[in-house]
Design a protein around this ligand. Structure first.
Ligand SMILES: NC(=O)c1ccc[n+]([C@@H]2O[C@H](COP(=O)([O-])OP(=O)(O)OC[C@H]3O[C@@H](n4cnc5c(N)ncnc54)[C@H](O)[C@@H]3O)[C@@H](O)[C@H]2O)c1
Length: 364
């Protein structure tokens, strides 16, 4: 029975494997089965594999050598993605899904593209909104809005990930994250970079659909809200782009993407990460009349896995890896410029407060 479905090998069995990919794969049993799970922590590998009754290992080479594994999903921390994508391609697997970001530098991205072209192993990146049927419907129906939109903004307001992970499953061991002092310029710059490369990166490919040429990208301002997030104002050509992400327990979760022109607008409401309750809805308004697309039965997580199956079986054409490189270059450009802006403003705030400190003491 199992041999008729594609064997999935999982590298990294942390919260995203447990709370996103295993529940998605459980709904796609007619297409996939989990063939092997690898994690550097043997307790996690064994325990997660036990939940789905499959084999486990702590060795990537062992998993990649396993003939029962045909497709790979990479869910390890960011810094391992590039080397693992390359190893999966070199092992001759049928297709690779790498969680975002698929690389942390332009050089890594280009190496991945070269290996993917050489080995002909198709790669997709887990930017799930690009596979969401709500987004795909918007693309099909937005007409000239993609050229005429002058303002693009997307806003992510989410409680910290563990809230959703715990709704989805009982997560096995979770690393403690220390609270950071965002008044330190280096810490603030690092937080913005982590926010852009970890969270904003989900929808930067959507922004790039409207701004394919981002050579003159300029960060006008960047602010770090408490307790974690980023508020970035950008200009790309004559377009204004606002990108914000806030992690807070106290607000209603919201994930929206908007594109506005003088005569039309698009608004997409995505479900929060981890939530598997159908697709986003997209509303396109022209002349005061809105047409709403969705929600459709499945979301972007299932969309990416369905596409991976079609790639592995040769039914779908592979994505152009050059586009994946451009998406990464765009994200790195936003992250570099936003973190430089926040570093500069935090340093000037620190200098200003030092300059006023002696005066305050003198008055006291
Ligand atoms: N698509 C989404 O909605 C979404 C949401 C959150 C996170 N993510 C991405 O998923 C990835 C994993 O996130 P997470 O929250 O599960 O991360 P995590 O860091 O909490 O867990 C990663 C797991 O990988 C293991 N690991 C460490 N080094 C490894 C290695 N070299 N090889 C294999 N495994 C290794 C760790 O032991 C841990 O179990 C990240 O890249 C993150 O950006 C995606």
């Amino acid at each position: 029975m199992r041999t008729s479905t594609l064997g999935v090998g999982i590298l990294g069995a942390g919260p995203v494997t447990q709370a996103i990919h295993l529940p998605t794969l459980a709904r796609l049993r007619d297409v996939f089965h989990v063939a092997k799970i690898m994690d550097v922590d043997p307790a996690i590998a064994e325990s997660v594999a036990g939940r789905v009754g499959t084999a486990w290992t702590t060795s990537m080479d062992d998993l990649l050598a396993d003939k029962a594994v045909q497709v790979i999903v990479i869910c390890s921390p960011h810094q391992f993605h590039a080397e693992q994508v390359i190893a999966a391609c070199r092992a001759g697997k049928q297709a690779v899904l790498c969680e975002k970001p698929f690389a942390m530098s332009q050089a890594e991205a280009e190496e991945i593209a070269a290996v993917s072209r050489e080995t002909r192993v198709p790669i997709i990146v887990g930017a799930m909104h690009t596979f969401d049927p709500g987004w795909l419907a918007a693309k099909e129906h937005w007409g000239d809005l993609v050229r005429t939109a002058h303002t693009i903004r997307y806003s992510i307001v989410l409680p910290p990930n563990p809230r959703f992970e715990d709704f989805a499953t009982e997560v096995i061991t979770r690393p403690e994250r220390a609270r950071q002092d965002r008044h330190d310029p280096e810490v603030a710059a690092g937080m913005v970079r982590a926010g852009i490369m970890g969270l904003a990166i989900h929808d930067l490919p959507l922004v790039r659909a409207f701004c394919p040429d981002f050579t003159d990208l300029e960060v006008l301002s960047c602010h770090v809200p408490d307790p974690f997030g980023y508020l970035v104002n950008l200009r790309i050509g004559d377009r204004s782009v606002q990108v914000s992400g806030i992690s807070t327990e106290s607000w209603q979760p919201e994930w929206t993407f908007e594109a506005l022109s003088d005569v039309a607008s698009l608004r997409i409401d995505f479900t929060p990460s981890y939530v598997q309750a159908g697709s986003a809805t997209a509303a396109i308004t022209r002349g005061g009349e809105a047409t709403v697309y969705g929600p459709y039965p499945h979301n972007g997580y299932e969309g990416e896995w369905r596409y991976l199956a079609d790639l592995a079986s040769g039914k779908a054409a592979p994505l152009d890896v050059t586009e994946l490189i451009h998406d990464l270059t765009f994200a790195l450009d936003v992250a570099d410029k936003a973190s430089a802006a926040v570093r500069a403003s935090a340093a000037s705030e620190a200098a200003a407060s030092q300059a006023t400190a002696p005066q305050k003491e003198a008055i006291a």
